[in-house]
Design a protein around this ligand. Structure first.
Ligand code: SAM
Length: 265
């Protein structure tokens, strides 16, 4: 029987690369007053954002970084394959640690879906921030997507139904398995029920440190960033998030939130 291919399910349920391009673009333009040209996508997985980045402007270049050859191979066979020849030339993929500096210095380093929570200790995260500074040009910014609020640490499972073209309807489960208030270590998982009804448990698992925004601010400054900023999601009249992120000094106390922590070189 054909092996369950987890990446199309992951991309379809979790990722909206256009939104990441919009936020990376906006943050850089507001801070530097010009368009960002180069992006280093850390923890890129199937590097959807890198592919979207080069589509957004004919001058743009992207570098996707991930340690795991499996999602990189999936990305090459799918999102990358769909690019035009002129776009393909502007995407470069590196199977390496995010802490290994690139020869090219970039405008933006971006990381989606809280991936940097993998660095569980202060020293490890500081090392990542210092490495990021080395891979940026003088105007570089680091943009990290993060999550928090009581709704992100309480145990529980959330599920949603999606349709995947060519596969059918399936269920996505986000499982918040554990959280320790003393260490802020948390374990999370993604499961799927495929269109045939088969349950796939722990397809993706995460062993994270849930960092807070003030901790990140202090550590970015300690690592050598000149300044930091937080982009917080706007709230509509219905109380729901608008999907638009704005630079803010003080956030509303949402039950569950996503924000972008920005380090400015
Ligand atoms: C949560 S996935 C993120 C996928 C995608 N970027 C997203 O936003 O949905 C985390 C990825 O980080 C990669 N990774 C973990 N530690 C890494 C490291 N030190 N250097 C490079 N990649 C790493 C894993 O292989 C995995 O593909």
């Amino acid at each position: 029987m054909k092996k369950f291919d987890k990446y199309p399910y992951y991309e379809n349920s979790v990722q909206t690369p256009e939104d990441h391009v919009t936020i990376f673009d906006r943050v850089f333009r507001e801070i530097r007053g010009r368009d960002a040209i180069s992006l280093k996508e850390d923890f890129c997985g199937t590097f959807l954002i890198s592919c979207e980045w080069v589509k957004s402007d004919p001058k743009r270049v992207s570098y996707g970084i991930d340690l795991d050859p499996e999602p990189l191979a999936y990305g090459r066979a799918h999102a990358y394959k769909r690019l035009k020849a002129s776009e393909k030339k502007r995407v470069k993929i590196f199977k390496q640690n995010v802490n290994t500096p690139l020869q090219k210095k970039v405008d933006v380093i971006g990381a989606g879906n809280f991936s940097f929570f993998i660095f569980k200790e202060r020293e490890a995260l500081l090392q990542y921030f210092k490495a990021a500074l080395k891979s940026m040009n003088r105007e570089g910014v680091l943009v990290l997507e993060m999550a928090g609020g009581p709704g992100f640490i309480q145990p529980g499972r959330e599920q949603r139904t999606y349709t995947l073209k060519g596969f059918g309807k399936y269920t996505y489960y986000w499982d918040q398995k554990s959280f320790d208030p003393i260490t802020h270590y948390g374990t999370y998982a993604i499961h799927f029920r495929d269109p045939r009804g088969k349950f796939h448990k722990d397809v993706f698992t995460y062993d994270w440190r849930v960092w807070s925004l003030p901790e990140l601010k202090q550590m970015m400054l300690d690592a050598g960033f000149k300044d930091t900023a937080v982009y917080w999601e706007g709230t509509g009249k219905d109380g729901e998030g608008t999907g638009e992120y704005l630079k803010t000094e003080s956030g509303d106390n949402s039950f569950s939130w996503i924000a972008f922590m920005v380090g400015i070189k």
